[in-house]
Design a binder for this molecule. Structure first.
Ligand code: NAD
Ligand code: GLY
Length: 367
């Protein structure tokens, strides 16, 4: 079992990573204060892992809360089901919520924990690659609004993150690729050496090689923990974790939540950010192409939806959380491994990015 610590003073917590972590009762018990736990999961993950987790929690009084699956249910109505169940089973302020599932369940459970009786403990048990390398760490919790992705929420840290790599064996390959988008992100924004490692090991990751997965998840969590420790509430540096997300959130919102997976939208958005960085004269063309090729090899889309117009992007991007005083700010690369968050760019670079024929670029770079 590997362990990484997210250093946040009295709110610090461990991330445990290993095979079979789901069965290790002691990992959970160490972070549960009271006798009551509620396991929040969904109707896809419950048949796979709920019973096993309940075995590990057998010393506690457990309320399972099974939500409908999918990004489309990351909303107020579904959140209300969690509060209904907690109040119905008379959970008190010492209760602990456990999020068993991907990023949708993790974000919603964390937000429920932040709100229930003004805040109760919660533990993340992420079961998708995306949630294991990104969403379960760092305390961003929340739900979507029809007008904007993740627009309602709170910063609220878990007490622990328990990552069982074996759960990835049941994950559909499209979801595995979506998680790789966020793994590749860490290489692009922060760690050129990791990017080179990913170029070497991407096929093994896609084949679920256990050693490669452990390495990729640990290295991703180390970077995420470091950035979160430096800037928990995204006053500055943490925003670099959103490379490709402003374009990507526009794709998700425009296409309807769930149509493009979050990681897929981030992948296409990352290609747009790479292209814009090149247009600004910051990123070399060969480095843009390295990013595009790696995302493509990971099984990800490297072009935005053909039907989205520049006006569509502008409209959706105007409600991004990085917009300040009406000014759009984007995460861009000065070079590989060096990201900036800036609103200081020539508008022609953004217009040129919107006008780029990404399907042709894909053909040229990945042929
Ligand atoms: P998801 O939670 O929808 O999970 C993807 C699919 O896989 C779902 O159908 C789920 O039920 C299923 N699934 C989960 N684990 C499985 C397993 N082991 N085997 C088989 N099926 C399994 O999607 P996701 O990609 O995990 O998360 C995306 C969400 O995370 C988005 O809402 C995004 O906004 C959010 N997010 C949050 C942060 C953050 O910092 N809080 C960061 C990145 C993304
Ligand atoms: N996924 C971006 C962040 O946690 O800040």
């Amino acid at each position: 079992m590997r362990s990484i610590r997210v250093e946040l003073g009295e709110r610090s917590y461990p991330i445990y990573i290993g095979n079979g972590a789901l069965d290790q009762a002691a990992l959970f018990a160490a972070h549960i204060k009271g006798r009551q736990v509620a396991v929040v999961t969904n109707d896809v993950v419950a048949p796979l892992y709920l019973e096993r987790l309940c075995q590990a929690l057998s010393g506690f009084s457990i309320t399972p809360i099974i939500l409908p699956d999918g990004e489309v249910h990351k909303d107020w109505q579904t959140l209300q089901l969690v509060f209904d169940a907690l109040l119905g089973a008379r959970h008190d302020r010492k209760t602990t919520l456990i999020a068993l599932g991907g990023g949708v369940i993790g974000d919603m459970t964390g937000f429920a924990a932040a709100c229930y009786q003004r805040g109760v403990d919660f533990i993340q048990v992420p079961t998708t690659l995306l949630s294991q390398v990104d969403s379960s760490v760092g305390g961003k919790t929340g739900i979507n609004h029809p007008l904007g992705k993740n627009m309602i929420g709170a910063f609220y840290q878990p007490r622990a993150v328990v990552i069982d790599i074996d759960t990835l064996r049941t994950l559909p390959s499209r979801e595995l690729s979506a998680g790789l988008a966020e793994v590749i992100k860490y290489g692009l924004i922060h760690d050129q050496e990791f990017l080179g490692w990913l170029e070497q090991y991407i096929d093994r990751l896609l084949a679920l090689d256990a050693a490669a997965l452990l390495e990729a998840i640990e290295r991703s969590c180390v970077i995420k923990a470091e950035v979160v420790a430096a800037d928990e509430r995204e006053g500055g540096i943490r925003a670099i974790l959103n490379l490709g997300h402003t374009f990507g959130h526009a794709i998700e919102t425009h296409m309807g939540y769930g149509s493009w997976l979050h990681g897929e939208a981030v992948a296409a958005g990352t290609v747009m950010a790479l292209e814009m960085s090149r247009r600004l004269g910051w990123l070399a063309e060969r480095d843009r192409d390295r990013g595009i090729r790696l995302l493509h090899r990971a099984g990800l889309p490297v072009a935005p939806p053909a039907e989205m117009t520049p006006e569509d992007f502008s409209r959706h991007m105007a409600v991004d959380k990085k917009v300040l005083d009406g000014k759009l700010r984007l995460v861009l690369l000065r070079r590989l491994g060096d990201a900036v968050v800036t609103g200081d760019f020539a508008p022609e670079a953004l217009a040129g990015t919107f006008a780029t024929d990404f399907a042709a670029l894909k053909h040229q770079v990945c042929a």
